[in-house]
Structure formats: structure tokens, C-alpha cells
Design a protein around this ligand. Structure first.
Ligand SMILES: [Zn+2]
Length: 87
């Protein structure tokens, strides 16, 4: 009997922030214009409309930057220039 054998309480993501990464099917249906890349977690695709709906974006120096997950907000806030300049 292993009634406690479920480990789905946490996201199960180790060290990454892929929890909010868009699904492949969402990416496929999103307009090219609506997809960008998270500047904090480079290489992570972000659907702008979804990020905005979730509050995962920052306006910095007149530019808007979209983030892939909650963890990236504080990281961007800590060093906005670094990420903005990487765009
Ligand atoms: Zn992220």
C-alpha cells in the first residue's frame, strides 16, 4: 500500500521556470507577432497576450518586456537594464 505515492504537490520543475511556458499547441496557434522570448530565461518562448493576462510583463523605458514566469519578475526588476539591453 503506497497511498502517499503521489508527488504532484509541487510543479516538479527542478531549478527552471518552465511551469508557465506555453504549450506547443498554443505557440502554434499564436500569431508570430504575439510570441516573443523571455529575456530573463533566454530561449523560453512567451505568448504576449498570455503573459499580460497573468501580469508577467514589465514596462521599462517605454518598452514592454514579457516574462515567462513569476520567477522572472523579480529578476528583471533587479537588473532591468541588463535584460533590456539584451533585447
Ligand atoms: Zn521565467
Amino acid at each position: 500500500m503506497n497511498a502517499h505515492d503521489h508527488q504532484n504537490h509541487s510543479h516538479g520543475t527542478a531549478g527552471g521556470c518552465s511551469g508557465h511556458a506555453p504549450k506547443t499547441e498554443d505557440l502554434a496557434s499564436a500569431q508570430g507577432d504575439d510570441v516573443t522570448e523571455c529575456l530573463v530565461m533566454a530561449g523560453t518562448p512567451v505568448i504576449k497576450s498570455q503573459a499580460e493576462a497573468a501580469g508577467l510583463y514589465r514596462d521599462y523605458q517605454g518598452q514592454r518586456y514579457w516574462l515567462c514566469c513569476d520567477a522572472c519578475g523579480p529578476l528583471f526588476d533587479a537588473e532591468p537594464e541588463r535584460y533590456a539591453n539584451a533585447a
